[in-house]
Design a protein around this ligand. Structure first.
Ligand SMILES: [Zn+2]
Length: 173
C-alpha cells in the first residue's frame, strides 16, 4: 500500500478547521480536550518524547515529557493524533523512540505507509501550508520559522522544501 499523503494532509486541515485552530503555533491541547484525552506531564529522561496511550483500545491519555525538547514532543504527539484521525487500525499509539530515530535516518521508503501518513498529518497540523505561505519574506530563515511554528529545524526545513515543490508544480501547470 502506498501512503496517501494528500488524504493525510487534508485530514490535518479538516482538524484545524473543526477545532478552529487558526493561529500558530498549533495548540495541540485543544485537540486533546476535544478528544477527551487526559493530559499528563512527565519529567523523565528516558526514551519517550511524548505519546498517546490507549486504555481498552481507545486513545485515553496524552503524555508530554518535559525532559525532552518541546518541539520533539509536539511532533510526536501530532504524529500520534494522525494515527487517531486517519483511523489507522492497530496503530502504534506508542512509538518507541529508537524505532522512530532509525526510521528518520533510513530512507523514507522503508518506513511503513501508515507512519509516513502520520508524519504528513503531523507536518501539516504543525506547519499548515496556508500559514507558511504568509511568511515568504522569512522563507530562508528556518530558525525564525521554527520558532514561530514551534517545530524542530528539521521539520521546518522539510515544510519549506514541500512548499517550494508545490509552488514549482503550480507554475508548471
Ligand atoms: Zn506512528
Amino acid at each position: 500500500m502506498e501512503p496517501n499523503y494528500s488524504f493525510a494532509r487534508n485530514m490535518a486541515r479538516k482538524v484545524l478547521k473543526d477545532y478552529k485552530l487558526s493561529e500558530v503555533p498549533t495548540n495541540l491541547t485543544v485537540i486533546f480536550q476535544g478528544l477527551h484525552l487526559k493530559y499528563i506531564e512527565l519529567n523523565d529522561a528516558s526514551e519517550i518524547d511524548g505519546a498517546i496511550l490507549e486504555i481498552e483500545g481507545k486513545p485515553a491519555i496524552a503524555v508530554l515529557n518535559r525532559a525532552r525538547p518541546l518541539q520533539r514532543q509536539r511532533f510526536t504527539l501530532a504524529h500520534d493524533l494522525g494515527h487517531i484521525f486517519l483511523e489507522h487500525i492497530r496503530r502504534d499509539i506508542y512509538d518507541p523512540e529508537e524505532i522512530r530515530e532509525s526510521d528518520l535516518q533510513s530512507s523514507g521508503k522503508t518506513k511503513p505507509p501508515k507512519e509516513l501518513e502520520a508524519d504528513a498529518f503531523a507536518a501539516e497540523l504543525l506547519v499548515p501550508y496556508e500559514h507558511l505561505k504568509k511568511y515568504t519574506a522569512d522563507m530562508n530563515n528556518v530558525d525564525k520559522l521554527a520558532g514561530i511554528f514551534l517545530v524542530s529545524k528539521q521539520a521546518m526545513t522539510l515544510a519549506v522544501m514541500n512548499l517550494w515543490k508545490r509552488a514549482a508544480k503550480k507554475t508548471k501547470s
